[in-house]
Design a protein around this ligand. Structure first.
Ligand SMILES: NC(=O)c1ccc[n+]([C@@H]2O[C@H](COP(=O)([O-])OP(=O)(O)OC[C@H]3O[C@@H](n4cnc5c(N)ncnc54)[C@H](OP(=O)(O)O)[C@@H]3O)[C@@H](O)[C@H]2O)c1
Length: 240
């Protein structure tokens, strides 16, 4: 059976690269791309649907546009924020913490993905292995935190990892073939990483295509025994 897949945040660097690889994959029948910016389809098997993950109404409306007979073998959540053009920026120090900025980061990195789970889990294909993958980050690991800083981003990804674990526990009974995982994509050239790429050696700064290829390899490899865990682009498990 050919696969149906969904990419939430398909306008982002990594989301777009994942979507393109899936569009070129002959084992994939249809790709549903969800994002705030809607441009014309590039392929017959592509479907584009508007979504704003900061709005529960928008997520509800988005799933209403999925045909009733579609079940997804893979749902890939590629949304996220580290900084924006307004005032969100990773905090260097306690004095940089602001309630409004913190709430914005939590809304996009934690609450949005939790709501995506709420509305998209019913669309998983229970008949065979089905994967719900969320782009997280190594900095969400408490045991790996050596540098401090980035309060809201770190906390939002730590909480996301907890939500992925919770999904894996709750859904295991009704959908034993499901695999819920968090993914660390490496440091990837994108709008999100741009202000920080000068701190990264060039061989450690991945293209979105490279990261997406490696992440899809991880997705191919994981089994339901791995559900609830966080994996890096190279398949290494990252401890909470
Ligand atoms: N790049 C890295 O080095 C790196 C490292 C570790 C983890 N990650 C994680 O990987 C994920 C993707 O990052 P990226 O590098 O591909 O960044 P990116 O190019 O900035 O993509 C971010 C995506 O999130 C979407 N988004 C933000 N707010 C949204 C909202 N309210 N509703 C719908 N979509 C929204 C953006 O959509 P718009 O185009 O509509 O704004 C965009 O598609 C993030 O979760 C990030 O934390 C990235």
């Amino acid at each position: 059976m050919k696969k149906n897949v969904a990419v939430i945040g398909s306008s982002g660097a990594i989301g777009n690269a994942v979507s393109k690889i899936l569009l070129d994959d002959e084992s994939v029948d249809s790709v549903y791309n969800f994002s705030r910016s809607i441009s014309p389809n590039t392929s017959d098997k592509e479907n584009r649907i508007y979504i704003d993950i900061e709005s529960e109404e928008s997520i509800k409306d988005a799933v209403e546009n999925i045909p009733e007979d579609i079940k997804f073998d893979l749902i890939f959540v590629a949304t996220g924020i580290l900084h924006n053009d307004n005032d969100v920026y990773p905090e260097k120090s306690i004095r940089d913490i602001s309630a409004d900025r913190f709430k914005k980061v939590l809304m996009i990195n934690t609450v949005g993905p939790a709501l995506i789970g709420k509305y998209f889990i019913p669309f998983l294909n229970k008949q065979n292995k089905n994967v719900f993958a969320f782009l997280s980050a190594r900095v969400g690991s408490i045991s790996d935190n050596k540098l401090g800083g980035w309060y809201s981003y770190r906390a939002s990804k730590t909480a996301l990892n907890q939500i992925v674990k919770n999904f894996s526990i709750e859904i295991k009974r009704s959908n034993p073939n499901s695999v819920f995982i968090g993914l660390q994509p490496g440091t990837v050239k994108s709008n999100l990483s741009k202000p920080f790429e000068k701190n990264v050696q060039s061989e450690n700064l991945f293209t979105p295509d490279y990261s997406a290829t490696k992440l899809l390899e991880v997705i191919d490899t994981v089994t339901s025994d791995d559900s609830g865990k966080l994996y890096a682009w190279n398949g290494e498990e990252i401890q909470p």
